[in-house]
Design a protein around this ligand. Sequence first.
Ligand SMILES: [Zn+2]
Length: 1016
Amino acid sequence: MVSRSLALMLLLPLASMPALAGAQSGTAPSSMETSTISTAPPGRDPNQPIDVEYTKKIHEYTTESFFLSPLVDYLPASKTVPTPKAVLGDIAGARNNLPYSKEVYAYMRLLAKASPRVRVYSIGKTEEGREMIAVAVASESLLSRLDENKAKLSKLADPRTINMDDAQAAKIIDDVAPVYYITGTIHSTEAGAPTALMEMAYRLAVDESPYIQNIRNNVITLITPIVEVDGRDRMVDVYNWHMAHPNETAPNVLYWGHYVAHDNNRDAMALTLDLSRNVLDTYVGWRAMVLHDLHESVAYLYDNTIGDGPYNAWLDPLLTNEWQMFGWNNVQEMTRMGMPGVFAHGEFDTWSPGYLMFMAATHNGISRLYETFGNGGTAETMERTLPPSETARTWYKQNPPLPRVMWSLRDNNNYEETGLLVSLSYFANNRHQFLENFYQKSKRSILKAHTEGPAAYVFSAADPRVGTQADLLRVLQLQHVEISRATAPFTVNIPARKGKPKRGTSADTGSTAKSETRSFPAGSYIVRMDQPYSRIADALLDYQYWSPDDPQKSPYDDTGWTFPENFNVQSVRVVDPAVLSVPMEAVKGEISAPGGVTGSGNVFVINNNGDNALTTLRYRLKSADFQAAEDPFEAGGKSFRRGSYIVRNVSQGDLNSAAKELGVTAYAVASVPSVKMHPARAARVAILHTWTSTQTEGWWRQAFDVAHVPFSYISVQDVAKDPNLNAKYDVILFPPSGNAQSIVQGMPMWRNPMPWKKTALTPNIGLWGQTDDIRPGLGLDGVQNLQNFVSKGGVLVGVSSTADFAISYGFADGVSKNTTGRGKIVGSLLRTRIVDDASPLVYGVSDSLAVYSEDGESFSVSNTRGGRGGGRFGGGEATRATGRGTIDDPDVVQGRPKLAERNMAPVRPSVEPWQAAPVTDEQLRNPLSVIPPDQRPRVALRFTDQRDLLVSGLLDGGGDVAQKPVVVDVPVQKGHVVLFANNPIYRGETLGAYPLVFNAILNFDNLNAGRKLDDK
Ligand SMILES: [Zn+2]
């Protein structure tokens, strides 16, 4: 249909178009650049011809006239610069046209070739080797001064370079163009951004309207049209399959990036993914100020940046004001244009700094995010009906979306482009203020060491886990945080904590003094807070507290992340600025732990300190003989922990070079220490996945790739077909993936098969896992094959939902799972204790390890099949019936003699929540359900007492979680099932818990080591 605004444009003489009226009012043409241009209303320059064909198509593909704006209801023509049609064969946002990354890039490069106002930069590669780009658009004059401009921005970004001189900053601010960085389609099913950004780049380069000139002359717009490039190409594959099979059900895009799907937007803390590092490096490298990330979900445009409380506690309040300014301006301007469904505020809380956009928030810039409406990754135009909750008028959504509309990719592109151009215009007009804030925020980040504090975080050179410490410090380096290293021993004052020590890795001593001192050796690392990017360091290293009384009852994501706890590394928060005067030097180059072999002899001893590099080393030296000590021991005058490695059959040279590279210290000794030991083998590992949910397991694959631990990637369908899994694998890891029923059943078998396979039509799919039909699940054959695998000596690791699967299908007699009420624990870190330090699962693990708990799951154990366990008396919750006396008194039956000793029940031993109740003689009379002692669950790790349970995040209550088992080893005939209630490998953040999994692998055939059996 021809829309109302096109009809208007065709009818009215050009001179009466609003854009012209605005541009010409009042001021003389010579000063237009500086004053009137900034007040020019949006709309075309009547003197610039439009691309009539293209414009016609815009109106054809837009389904309602009010889904257009004066900014996008035409396309200016150019004799020299090609429109997106040159590559797409149609306009941006055209019906049924979804381009691959190579087409998007081809167009951007075409644009750069044709226009002096556009440049394309390669910003890195993805995990699968695809290129990521950034497109800069600005006036010729600005682009010709890029380096000079960047040098000025650098001074604002790091005010130390101008000695924090406000006057000098003010001069720079008058004469510099800020950078606004826009990132598209990180989420692959939210597919509209690339075409919107292609067209917007063209408009910014070509449009001569004062509104666009104002942007181009005053702002450098930087565009990464596709953040998740691997996922984009798979999305287009799935879309093409869908279009080729119009009457069939299409598979979901199972894998977006190589590792994870939606969680690629939760990686801004640990920076494990290439896309995160590439975007951050681009943002910081350009000294950009805004990072504006484009998403799709709710109708029609939600500026979610304002969001809702609680706001992240480590940000400068100036930023949170800027969110409001940008957001409400967006709502105002687009509402003025008559576009319905534009709103801000909403329910998204702004607590976690894990989102891609938050890279700007934590680096003194401005984070922004749009949710626009989309059709789930298709370019088709579809009728969409919204639920009443989305169309109701609220205080923040005065012009809500319509209950039912036809919605097109073009509509989506209209909203995205209009919102972005409105924002760019606002940014251009208020750049002075934003630059002033940028400088102030950078300055206050430096002053932080002396104002709000802390002054620094210190990482001791004496940390028992220097390897994992280096892992953590490297994350800070990736975050562009400067790190220093003490050149001499030093001492700091830290406030003393009241009461008993709570935090296992902090500096508490329980002293009642006001302050105490801590000493650190030379070589300790110091993260100074008087640097521009102090806020990201503070946000990652500090503790989080989410009050159970917070008005926000639905945390949007994790509530706690404290990196030193997650990594199991010591860090000391120092408030006293005296620490800044300690002799130190800036660290240059990537931080690594010291390593190598010392001493001489052909037996090598390596302390098990829980560093993950030990596992890497074991796989690196595959032919060497590694033995794990079952007890602590001494050798060469040094003490070694239980689980330490005795290594033979390797040359000192080979071990030395591997140990050096990996940051592992080995000691050569003359003879094998006298200690009980068993082989620590490089087990053959499989990571098992379903076809229903592949995201969470992606973090496991990522961790294994980083640690260079090889694995086979197998699906539940592979297991169903393989009756002899033991021939290929020693350990099968089954990361969280759907509930027990869906694991076995798979997807509904009605309708058509859904392939996930590399074909000519879908060349980007199935590169590391494929099937003709994703619907079938594990099936009962698969359950049987897994059970055979375990009973014949294999180890199956189940985590959260897959632990539930293992319990439900009878793999783990004596274990039951407890869930806590919703809202009590949401992505928090909880404290644990080791129950059985002889268990190989906890070799090298600290007694107070913090683990990630998504929602407070825990286990209970019992010595009988079907027993629930738990309770003070193991299976009996109540201690006594209603009757006479106090709770500890016996009831007394009236009218009969006092109970004789022989008639009294034996005193039952008290049973802790992490223990199974001892079996009774009654149960043993005919012990059908009594699990034989050597097959009973063995608890390795439990949660702490309630008062110490919360490490970081939200904990409401917790009484039903405290002291319960977290990690349980269940012997099943010759094999084992190892169950986790926490997720030990998660988002590249839980490195302190990785050893629990690696231990299961290296000790797979000796998990019973150190086990004490019940006598009955
Ligand atoms: Zn999204």
